[in-house]
Design a protein around this ligand. Structure first.
Ligand SMILES: Cc1cc2nc3c(=O)[nH]c(=O)nc-3n(C[C@H](O)[C@H](O)[C@H](O)COP(=O)(O)OP(=O)(O)OC[C@H]3O[C@@H](n4cnc5c(N)ncnc54)[C@H](O)[C@@H]3O)c2cc1C
Length: 395
């Protein structure tokens, strides 16, 4: 089958999934990444069935099963009261209902598994230490221009260019989206703790979700169950820089001063906290001519629905399916990609914002929220998101 040359900018979760998908279809791929190596950065990522299904189809299930955890449920509690508010069924229930698991993994584990698979594909060239500066559309080929780590300026022409370069995308401009993401007023704190150091009642094979008016906390086992990933959301006036700004435990504990003792104990355990800021950028454009965007480059999502990595993976699978036939009308295929993704991503972005409001609601609304959660029950709490978890990329 005739194949395409595809340049992907950014080797995050989205770029790596896209590279693997395209290579399996016989396309020739250049993956351009600004970092010089793939060191361990980040902590937990949730892979709901809509994403795990794609990764399984790419043959990654055996490797992922070795490192992923499968929490049986989400236990929702009040931050101040410590009381259980409700549950969401995960584990066995999700596997049976959606035919794919709800995995939680360390970001570095997922990145390593994807990278190993990509490296075993002869048709993928990985070019690290290249910072893409500009991408240009042309009727016959698109062009990517980058600066190498030695300062040299180089370029490459390809049939298709995919911008998978994250929230501060350089490629976004080239599809006609000139807006910049805006700070959403929250900073996320992340840490990992050895599971044996976690208070016993929080060390079960389940996800903990703690709700309060000043923020919320999520924790779940990762790293084959040996570590617990903890993320605490804090309202903040100003953003912090990058993905890994250091944070002081005293400041986090002061923010959560009224939290129930067992949660304060958990928050006091990590030796190191790292912070990143939450940005909003409503999806506007996904493609123009021979250039397409995927993942956070097109539509960063708030982590209140745990769909950031999942959407990037879905994007990659959808784009792969629409380019599977090779060099037909590429611009038409990319326009179809935009059409396939736009409504779904818009809805998920909106649902994430809504979840934030529900999680952080004040006492009166929280009272009603808690009653409804108890009344709905664990399985119906999952089923509300059939439209998210039941997604299947076009074949
Ligand atoms: C360092 C890091 C740590 C993270 N940690 C967490 C975490 O702990 N928890 C969580 O929920 N999410 C985390 N995320 C976000 C999460 O990975 C993404 O939201 C999600 O997986 C979607 O991924 P993506 O591939 O679209 O974008 P990203 O994961 O952001 O990947 C974008 C890639 O593009 C590269 N890039 C950017 N600009 C250029 C350029 N000009 N030229 C070449 N390459 C470029 C970046 O180096 C990066 O590798 C992290 C992201 C990063 C980059």
């Amino acid at each position: 089958m005739p194949s395409l040359s595809i340049a992907i900018v950014g080797a995050g979760i989205g770029g790596l999934t896209a590279a693997l998908t395209f290579a399996r279809q016989g396309h020739s791929v250049t993956l351009i990444e600004r970092r010089t190596g793939f060191s361990e950065v980040g902590a937990g990522l949730q892979l709901s069935p809509n994403a795990s299904r794609v990764l399984i189809r790419l043959g990654l299930a055996p490797a992922l099963r070795r490192v992923a955890s499968v929490p049986e449920r989400v236990v929702v509690r009040g931050i101040a009261s410590g009381r259980s508010i409700g549950e969401v069924a995960l584990g066995t229930y999700m596997q049976q209902r959606y035919g794919a698991p709800y995995w939680v993994v360390h970001r570095a584990d997922l990145q390593t598994i994807l990278l190993d698979a990509v490296r075993s594909e002869a048709s993928v060239r990985i070019a690290t230490g290249r910072k893409v500066e500009e991408v240009r559309n042309a009727p016959e080929r698109a062009e990517v221009v980058w600066t190498s780590s030695n300062g040299a300026r180089e370029s490459l022409a390809a049939d298709v260019v995919v911008g998978a370069d994250g929230v501060w995308s350089k490629v976004r401009h080239a599809v006609g989206d000139t807006n910049r993401p805006t700070f959403h007023g929250y900073v996320a704190w992340r840490a990992t703790v050895e599971r044996r150091l976690v208070p016993e009642e929080l060390a079960e094979n389940e996800t903990g979700l703690w709700l309060g008016a000043k923020g919320h906390v999520v924790h779940y086992p990762i790293f084959s169950g040996n570590l617990v990933n903890v993320v605490a959301i804090e309202r903040a006036k100003a953003p912090v820089d990058g993905w890994s700004a250091p944070g002081r435990a005293e400041d986090l504990l002061a923010h959560y001063s009224s939290a129930t003792p067992v949660l304060r104990e958990l928050l006091g355990r990590p030796r190191e906290w790292l912070r990143w800021s939450l940005f909003r950028h409503p999806i506007r454009k996904l493609a123009r001519g021979r250039i397409a965007l995927l993942g956070d480059a097109a539509h960063p999502v708030l982590p209140f629905l745990a769909q950031g990595a999942a959407l990037a993976i879905e994007d990659a699978a959808t784009l792969g399916a629409l380019l599977a036939d090779g060099p037909q009308d590429v611009a038409e295929a990319l326009a179809a990609y935009e059409q396939h993704r736009f409504e779904r991503v818009t809805r998920i972005q909106a649902e994430g914002r809504r979840n934030g409001r529900i999680y952080h609601s004040g006492a009166i609304v929280a009272f009603g929220r808690d009653r409804i959660m108890q009344w709905i029950g664990p399985e119906s709490m999952s089923n509300r998101y059939d439209w998210i978890y039941g997604f299947r990329a076009p074949e």
